[in-house]
Design a protein. Structure first.
Length: 261
């Protein structure tokens, strides 16, 4: 995603617009979360960019504002549910009513199960799954009262297919799928949709550090023969957050280029 706050490609006039909506995106200081925040803002949403890195968030909010959008930086640790109420209460009035929630924050702590510590198991589950539960619960009543909402949980194809050395990560991401499907059934009568985006291998700082051979091997396992980009994932999130996806709920949108079919 470019630094000018735009990006995400063109859309037909009026389609996938989020004017009048406010979106909260976790893990927004970098990677997929940053790309999602930029794209939703470019499509007219007021964006609450949430993460632990205050400096990166402030820079992102400034860049979105300079591009003509509206964003507010919110320092938030999803692994600390007890602090969520206070942090959300600190939002300015014009950013306080959240219509679109993107639960994107996530961490890894990879190891073979025989060597995985209980602390690493719990830490990954606390951030990736319990954090999404706690933040969704905190924002749900407002969506129910307004009888409109979009909840998009960023999972991973690893949660669908598994991966060696990632039992904790896969369990957390698979848990998001079950959480989503259950919540979709609970909230459908309130015109609130709940969906999952499941990315595959995406171009990130981590994959950039891999050698050329390793990157070729990764790409070779993908039907489209390339790694994904953060913009690929952001576009999927935008669709599920939009009015155009109003009849889509409880589904998993696989954005893996055919890594998992």
């Amino acid at each position: 995603m470019s630094g000018d706050g735009g990006g995400g490609g063109g859309t037909a006039d009026g389609m996938f617009r989020l004017d009048g909506r406010t979106a909260l995106v976790t893990g927004a200081s970098q990677g997929i979360g940053e790309a999602v925040a930029r794209l939703l803002a470019a499509q007219g949403a007021k964006v609450v960019a949430a993460a632990r890195s205050a400096d990166k968030l402030a820079r992102l909010a400034d860049e979105i504002g300079a591009a003509g959008g509206a964003a507010h930086a919110l320092e938030l640790d999803v692994a600390d549910p007890e602090s969520m109420g206070e942090r959300l209460d600190s939002l300015p009035a014009d950013f306080a009513e959240i219509d679109v929630l993107v639960n994107n924050a996530g961490i890894t702590a990879d190891n073979l199960l025989a060597r995985m510590s209980l602390a690493d198991w719990r830490r990954v589950l606390d951030v990736n799954l319990t954090g999404a539960f706690a933040l969704t619960k905190a924002l749900l009543r407002g969506m129910m009262r307004r009888r409109w909402g979009r909840i998009v949980n960023v999972s991973s194809v690893v949660g669908l297919m598994g991966n060696v050395g990632q039992a904790n990560y896969a369990a957390s991401k698979a848990g998001l799928v079950g959480f989503t499907k259950s919540l979709a059934r609970e909230l459908g009568s309130r015109s609130i949709t709940v969906n999952v985006v499941a990315p595959g291998y995406v171009e990130t700082a981590m994959t950039e550090r891999l050698g050329e051979k390793a990157r070729e091997d990764l790409s070779g396992a993908i039907a489209l023969r390339r790694l994904g980009t953060v913009d690929d994932v952001a576009a999927a999130v935008l669709y599920l957050a939009s009015e155009e996806a109003g009849y889509v709920t409880g589904t998993v949108l696989n954005v893996s280029g055919g890594l998992y079919i």
